[in-house]
Write a protein that binds this ligand. Structure first.
Ligand code: AQP
Length: 333
């Protein structure tokens, strides 16, 4: 069976962007892959986090993984910082990655541009090698992510090829992963600025729908989403980015395709469309929220995470040892 790995940062509550772009794909994929789903808390600390809030968000994200339908009998669900091989392998990756490669990463350029240079952590620059480590430790064949992670996946593939060539003596020490981006919904846009990606850490809370937003808040945020003045429902991301984004969200939360939705709302205005979209989103998120709330402080959640960490460590440590041996660290084991 082939292997998948993916992770979400507990840098806030996941948005419907994280759900559509990544989490929703996990549910079907766990049926046909050996699956590792991680809460990447070490990635989250590349920007400042409050310790108590970070810990709470980490547990909440784990509860959300289960609430959307991930099955711990099929998938390994664990917290990144509880498997120390990630940080150790990331160091090896950093030492085999050039500064130039990291400085070219658009996510680094975007996130570092938002802050004063003295406050930008070195970890923000070396975030991609940690992500490379996450992926290679499980010898992952496929990585389901949103569109914004494409460049980091390219970096991973380049690293694997370089590492295998340099240290493999003809063997494929590490597996080259493929990226899996959904055909539609790989980049959900902000509700307030549809030219910008929806992000869980956006300061403007009206720009995203969090997976734990109350139904009234969800309906309100959709109602106030920025569209245009034409009132015509068409899918045209270039000229009508706001309504096109809402169409993508609608199609992702229902069984309707975008053309079916365009047809269905041909004679309606944005008001009716937004009202129905609000109901569609609420009807998916409400049961997830109920299950999340049952799990968040449960022993069940802790024991799933304990077991996940044990299973993940066994696989990750094996790959790490292979890497250490290949590059000559320590004594050969
Ligand atoms: N807007 C989006 N549309 C589709 N997919 C998205 N993803 C993120 N935003 C969108 C995908 O969600 C997964 C988890 O992302 P992450 O938490 O690792 O970090 P991120 O990509 O930086 O996501 P955010 O929401 O923008 O977080 P912050 O605000 O903390 O930086 C990834 O697969 C990502 O592609």
């Amino acid at each position: 069976m082939k292997t998948i790995f993916s992770g979400i940062q507990p840098s806030g509550t996941p948005t419907i962007g994280n759900y559509i772009g990544a989490m929703k794909q996990f549910i079907d994929l766990q049926e046909s892959y050996t699956s590792y789903f991680c809460i990447v808390d070490e990635h989250a600390i590349t920007v400042q986090q409050e310790p108590l809030k970070l810990r709470q968000q980490t547990k909440s994200l784990a509860a959300l993984y289960l609430a959307i339908g991930l099955n711990p009998k099929k998938a390994t669900i664990f917290i990144q910082s509880e498997v120390s091989a990630h940080a150790e392998a990331a160091w090896i990756v950093q030492c085999n990655t050039s500064l130039g490669e990291l400085e070219r990463m658009t996510q680094f350029k975007d996130k570092s541009a938002k802050d004063n240079r003295v406050r930008v952590s070195a970890g923000l620059l070396t975030y991609p090698p940690l992500m490379v480590a996450d992926i290679i430790l499980y010898q992952s064949d496929l990585v389901p992510v949103g569109d914004d992670q494409k460049q980091h996946l390219e970096l991973t593939r380049d690293f694997v090829s370089r590492f295998n060539n340099k240290y493999g003596n003809g063997n494929q020490l590490l597996t080259t992963p493929e990226v899996n981006i959904p055909e539609s919904g790989g980049r959900i846009m902000s509700l307030q600025d549809p030219l910008k990606k929806m992000s869980k850490s956006d300061e403007n809370k009206k720009s995203f729908i969090s997976m734990l937003d109350e139904p009234t808040v969800i309906r309100k945020k959709i109602k106030s989403a920025l569209t245009d003045s034409s009132g015509v429902i068409e899918y045209d991301p270039e000229n009508k980015p706001g309504i096109s984004n809402l169409l993508t969200i609608y199609a992702s939360f229902t069984d309707f395709s975008i053309p079916e939705l365009v047809d269905r709302y041909q004679n309606s205005g944005y008001g009716q469309f937004k009202e129905d979209l609000g109901e569609a989103v609420v009807s998916v998120l409400e049961p997830i929220q109920i299950r999340h709330n049952e799990l968040i402080d449960s022993e069940e959640l802790d024991s799933i995470l304990d077991e996940g960490a044990i299973k993940a460590r066994m696989v990750a440590d094996k790959t790490l040892l292979k890497m250490r041996n290949a590059i000559g660290l320590g004594r050969k084991r």
